[in-house]
Design a protein around this ligand. Structure first.
Ligand code: CMC
Length: 374
């Protein structure tokens, strides 16, 4: 029997969501009805995290409470801290993030409680502790002393402080905040769908986020921002960019940071992130990557009509901010925890076990021959 197979679930609507939507009428990704670029212009990341998790933008008082909880939950347990100190120094930080969230699940007193109230409390712990765990690993693997989080710093400021020992210029912090807002949520992408699939068996939130991190790591998803930087490093200088990209396309290479399953004529997050990439390049007085960026983008559009996705500008932006390349996707994680969690809550609220079918193309029926007769 030939069944109509939609490989990669291409074009298949599997459920409903209230969290986000790409609205063609305004050509924008929206969170709970608000355009992502509007949120970037008018909000800090914590406000958007609150919006994604709670459905509405916070009042000043609600934001204060939200920040208070996040800041209070930043400290790591002894077990988690000791574990991070003992992780192999060569571990990929995405694997560190995945393992850290898994360890949090071992320790959390409410791991088994899937009520919305308990899940929101667990989200706040995962949301607050994951950046601290990553920053600790960032320092340890360089042989540097771990820097404890500071409760008078914002989410973004604190991440810079824990990694580098200081808070950078306000333009850099804002650009980082904007990248977190743009990365926070994107409907049924592969990592979110992974989180929802895990949740659909009524498993716990730590497990769902652990699985989502593993899924985000791949280069066709979040790992693309790291691959973009590897590509730019291979190109080395703007003078090489034209030849490099033309050769890559002649060889039918997949160029990282381009293309998207949902956007076919441009990712609506790119213009905002491109603008902040430029601001960071200006502060850092380094225009090299912007020049490479523009040449590669032009050729991709001219020759393939394929536009950049948000991983294209975030890659070089994080590099200019001073982060190691393998920390780019973990930064995506610390933001996307909000989107994943909103979907996990939504899945629990109207759950149906996710269990698709497959068209069987294996051997026809056969009898087992005992081992001594094979
Ligand atoms: N470079 C070169 N060709 C491409 C690219 C690219 N980046 N993206 C798509 N194409 C071509 C592809 O080869 C195919 O051509 P043909 O029809 O001749 O075989 C056609 O465009 C359709 O592509 P597809 O892979 O079937 O489309 P998809 O919707 O399954 O894939 C994608 C979307 C994101 C996996 C793909 O565009 C890709 O591999 N991009 C590079 C990785 C990347 O940047 N990922 C980040 C995604 S967005 C943010 C995130 O989730 O992190």
């Amino acid at each position: 029997m030939t069944e109509d197979i939609k490989k990669g679930l291409l074009g298949i609507v599997v459920d409903e969501t209230e969290v986000s939507k790409v609205m063609p009428e305004i050509n924008s990704l929206t969170y709970r009805g608000y355009a992502a670029q509007d949120l970037c212009a008018k909000c800090k990341f914590e406000e958007v995290a609150y919006l994604i998790l709670n459905g509405e933008l916070p009042s000043e008082k609600q934001l204060k409470n939200f920040e208070k909880v996040e800041r209070k939950e930043r400290n790591l347990s002894k077990i988690l801290l000791e574990s991070i100190k003992n992780f192999p120094k060569k571990s990929h930080p995405m694997d560190v993030a995945r393992t850290a969230v898994s360890i949090m699940g071992l320790e959390d007193k409410e791991t088994k409680d899937n009520s919305p109230e308990a899940n929101l409390r667990k989200v706040m712990r995962i949301f607050a502790k994951t950046p601290v765990a990553l920053a600790a690993f960032y320092r340890i693997r360089k042989g540097k002393k771990i820097i404890k989080p500071k409760s008078n710093l914002s989410f973004s400021e604190n991440f810079f402080y824990m990694c580098f020992g200081k808070v950078p210029e306000k333009e850099i912090v804002k650009a980082f905040d904007v990248s977190l807002i743009l990365y926070a949520e994107h409907s049924f992408n592969v990592s979110t769908f992974t989180a929802r699939t895990i949740t659909s068996s009524l498993s716990d939130i730590h497990g769902a986020i652990t699985g989502a991190i593993a899924s985000l790591k791949g280069p066709l998803h979040g790992g693309a921002n790291e691959e973009v930087m590897h590509m730019m490093n291979k190109i080395k200088k703007p003078e090489n960019a034209l030849n490099w990209i033309n050769n890559a396309l002649d060889q039918k290479a997949v160029v990282m940071g381009f293309g998207h399953r949902v956007y076919k004529s441009g990712d609506s997050r790119v213009p905002t992130m491109r603008e902040y990439f430029s601001k960071v390049a200006k502060v850092k007085k380094d225009k090299k990557f912007e020049k490479i960026y523009d040449i590669v983008e032009k050729v991709m559009i001219e020759r393939k009509n394929i536009h950049p996705n948000v991983d294209y500008p975030t890659g070089p932006t994080y590099h200019l901010m001073g982060f190691d390349t393998d920390f780019f996707t973990p930064i995506f994680v610390i933001s996307r925890i909000t989107g994943w969690s909103a979907h996990i809550l939504e899945q629990h609220a109207a759950n149906k076990l996710i269990r698709p079918l497959a068209s069987y193309i294996g051997s026809s029926y056969r009898k087992v021959v005992p081992i001594n007769q094979r």
